[in-house]
Ligand binder design. Structure first.
Ligand SMILES: C[S@@+](CC[C@H](N)C(=O)[O-])C[C@H]1O[C@@H](n2cnc3c(N)ncnc32)[C@H](O)[C@@H]1O
Length: 310
């Protein structure tokens, strides 16, 4: 239940983040016993790189505490969307925090926003929408994979978020978002293989005062189809964004020391024979990588103008 509000103590059934290191993070259910393959109830023991955790030992413990593992220790934290994205069970490809932060910004998501999303996928993005729109907003999220839609709804309910979200099992390209949502949405987000087919439906769903749309496309061809469909359907201010996370290379280099006397006499500070710098100093340097591998996709965003401006 701790996604919905801050809590002090871990209760049985909570989703808890077990944080070992920045790259070693797990989400676990605080359940003392689980069923084994034979269907028998056995003690719930969670294995990590630093050894085993008896899950019953964290029930009643304060969030933020350090807990013992058989070969080390970890912190038990409350889940939030960022930690959930790192640890959630993948049922599909998911969106990650750098793209998501731009999506929330571009869609102008705030408390009270009514948001439509498709597909729901693994619910990674949905958790950020839910944090941002509560307590007066609502998320309508759609997926045409029935089991996935059900699993996502169960997860939102288990996380105490059920009253702010409805997952609908539907092909939104074929059948749209439903007449009951016509003119209700502040924002529509699409993460679909053929998002251009859902754009006329998104248009119907947006409020008469206008609204924002964003579509995630892994390749430029898909994003190009989205741009065309957006223009044909009267959207304006179409912008294509790519979020690239660039990690600079940090290393120690021997840098020749500048000798102003040498410069004055147009001589070099290099040894004639060995052709190496005469005097060098060690510096920690940071430089851009030769190639950038951070591509996830393109975010195509646009505005649907208010009724009076169309
Ligand atoms: C890449 S996943 C979405 C991941 C999600 N954004 C996340 O962060 O977890 C795409 C989802 O779209 C669903 N989907 C594909 N085509 C669809 C359609 N026409 N209508 C509804 N859902 C669709 C798939 O079943 C899949 O679950």
């Amino acid at each position: 239940m701790s996604f919905a509000q801050p809590k002090t103590i871990i209760d049985e059934g909570d989703t808890v983040i077990l944080y070992l290191t920045i790259t070693n993070v797990y989400a676990i259910e605080a359940i003392p016993q689980i069923k084994n393959k034979k269907g028998e109830m056995v003690e719930n023991v969670f294995q990590t790189n630093f050894g085993a955790l008896k899950v019953k030992d964290i029930i009643g413990v304060q969030y933020g505490s350090k807990v013992e593992l058989s070969k080390g220790w970890a912190h038990v934290l409350q889940p939030n969307p960022e930690l959930w994205t790192q640890t959630l069970p993948h049922r599909t490809q998911i969106l990650y925090t750098p793209d998501i932060s731009m999506i929330l910004h571009q869609l102008e998501i705030k408390p009270g926003s009514i948001v439509i999303e498709s597909g729901t996928g693994s619910g990674s993005l949905s958790h950020y929408f839910l944090r941002a729109i509560r307590p007066h907003g609502y998320l309508y999220t759609f997926d045409f994979h029935e089991e996935r839609a059900q699993k996502a709804q169960d997860e939102f309910n288990a996380h105490g978020l059920g009253e702010y979200v409805k997952v609908t099992h539907r092909d939104v390209c074929e059948n749209g978002f439903g007449d009951e949502l016509n003119g209700t949405a502040d924002a529509v987000f699409l993460d679909l293989p053929a998002p251009q087919l859902a754009i006329p439906h998104a248009l119907k769903a947006l409020k008469n005062q206008g609204g924002r749309i964003c579509s995630f496309s892994p390749c430029i061809e898909q994003s190009s189809r989205v741009c065309e469909a957006l223009e044909q359907n009267g959207f304006v201010d179409i912008v294509n964004i790519e979020i690239l996370q660039v990690e600079d290379i940090v290393k120690t280099k021997n840098i020749p020391v500048m000798d102003l006397e040498f410069v004055k006499h147009k001589k070099t500070a290099f040894d004639k024979d060995t052709k190496t710098p005469k005097d060098t100093k060690k510096y920690i340097t940071s430089s851009a990588p030769n190639t950038t591998t951070g591509h996830t996709g393109y975010l195509t965003v646009a505005e649907f103008p208010p009724l009076f401006a169309r």
